[in-house]
Design a protein. Structure first.
Ligand SMILES: NC(=O)c1ccc[n+]([C@@H]2O[C@H](COP(=O)([O-])OP(=O)(O)OC[C@H]3O[C@@H](n4cnc5c(N)ncnc54)[C@H](O)[C@@H]3O)[C@@H](O)[C@H]2O)c1
Ligand SMILES: [Fe+2]
Length: 394
């Protein structure tokens, strides 16, 4: 890398870095204080069946009850939420007379919570707010308060401005993005992930890594995001395998929780072709978001290698490479390290082994090209490139 980064033309850049975060083992005990600070009297807990089964909803309800607040619950968010989930959540919010939201779960529950929050004061349809078509301009400040409590370490949605939802009309995963969707508080307690099963830990952890890597090599000038991304990669590199193999290891779980937040903070700079492919793969082929990223990331890094060699070399070092080899060699090592990490945490390396049908690859490329994420990719991609990448990952 050149010794100093100078912003590209135009030379003036705007950056922001907000978020109130209550972090650490036992942070859940501070939830009532945040609910009180935000003056919520009747919060709606937005969550899903898996989080209920893991016993986490009852822990939250118990914590709030002790503080004298009775929450309403909407627990029917599906993995990869749809528009219908958001409307059902909205109905619960209105019926129960709620005045704020506690979004509890992985990215699916957190995002659904944010979109329920949006529709309490904004007219449907959700497609109006699609980031890809400039929908952020219609999102106003007047949304009720939302507290996010993550139970996976992956999306970082608890400190992010986006909600991802599959829309009915297009069947496409759509990113809705606005600073007003940034949670008012994030209660981030790694203890809530101690029981997360290995396969979900692995896939969600690779989502966090993908956020860090894609943001770090993305086009644009955001040195704050870059620094945070490197720290996130370092944490994933040293702790993901332990978090998967020894789920009760609090230090590894804590590291992964930080990495997930850092990934989301970093990707305000932008993402890349890997997320574009992942956003297409989930609704078409049912591949979980993190797994889709895990499989596509090395292929996309290889595609980008020639245009961001120095940055990928830094990725290799963050992931533990101590060879001090030339940049070109290190950049190749970075790709190899990601492949090795996938194997070490037991994830398949090919889309065909994740239930994707070969006949669907052209449609996946078409939908991926419609996704705004690839606009941040350091090397410009066409639909044909995306198809070639999907075939390579197949
Ligand atoms: N908003 C963003 O910035 C952003 C970023 C990346 C991805 N996403 C979106 O987030 C969604 C994926 O989120 P995810 O990867 O966290 O998965 P998820 O929320 O779909 O959760 C996966 C499964 O794990 C279960 N689960 C969650 N926490 C658990 C726990 N502690 N113990 C046991 N089971 C638990 C859930 O019930 C679910 O069945 C996708 O829709 C993706 O597009 C959003
Ligand atoms: Fe992601």
């Amino acid at each position: 890398m050149k010794p100093f980064d100078i912003p590209p033309e135009p030379r003036v850049t705007e950056m922001a870095w907000p978020t109130r975060i209550v972090f650490g083992a036992g942070a859940l005990q501070r939830l009532p204080a945040q609910v009180a600070r935000l003056r919520m009297k009747r919060p709606l807990v937005v969550t899903d069946a898996g989080v209920v089964k893991a016993g986490l909803v009852s822990r939250v309800l118990e914590t709030m009850k002790t503080a004298g607040v009775t929450c309403a619950v909407f627990d029917r968010v599906e993995p990869n939420p749809t528009e219908a989930d958001v409307f059902a959540g909205l109905e619960a919010y209105r019926q129960q007379g709620c005045d704020g939201i506690i979004a509890l779960g992985g990215g699916s529950a957190l995002d659904a919570g944010k979109l329920v929050q949006l529709l309490t004061t904004h007219e449907p349809p959700l497609s109006r707010y699609d980031d890809a078509t400039g929908g952020d301009q219609f999102i106003r400040e007047d949304v009720p308060p939302l507290i996010a409590i993550p139970t996976t370490a992956g999306t970082g949605s608890e400190v992010g401005r986006s909600g991802v939802v599959t829309l009915k009309d297009t069947g496409r995963k759509t990113v809705i993005f606005s600073p007003h969707l940034l949670p008012r508080a994030a209660v981030v307690d790694p203890e809530l992930t101690l029981g997360l099963p290995p396969a979900i830990t692995a896939a969600t952890g690779m989502d966090a890594l993908t956020h860090c890597v894609e943001a770090y090599v993305a086009q644009g000038f955001h040195p704050l995001a870059d620094a945070v991304a490197v720290d996130g990669m370092t944490r994933v590199g040293r702790s993901l395998v332990t978090a998967v193999r020894e789920g009760e290891d609090l230090a590894a779980r804590t590291d992964m929780m930080v990495a997930a937040m850092e990934g989301a903070m970093a990707f305000q700079k932008g993402l890349g072709a890997c997320h574009a492919l992942a956003h297409a793969l989930t609704p078409i082929s049912g591949v979980p978001h993190g797994l889709a990223n895990a499989i596509c990331l090395p292929v996309v890094m290889e595609f980008n290698r020639a245009v961001c060699t120095a940055r990928l070399a830094r990725v290799a070092v963050a992931l533990g490479d101590t060879t001090q080899a030339r940049e070109e060699v290190l950049a190749g090592n970075a790709v190899e390290r990601v492949r090795q990490l996938n194997a070490a945490v037991g994830l398949p390396s090919r889309l065909r082994d994740a239930g994707v049908r070969e006949a669907d690859l052209p449609l996946i490329a078409t939908k991926a090209f419609q996704d705004a994420s690839h606009q941040g990719n350091p090397r410009k991609v066409t639909e044909a490139d995306l198809l070639a990448l999907a075939r390579e990952a197949y």
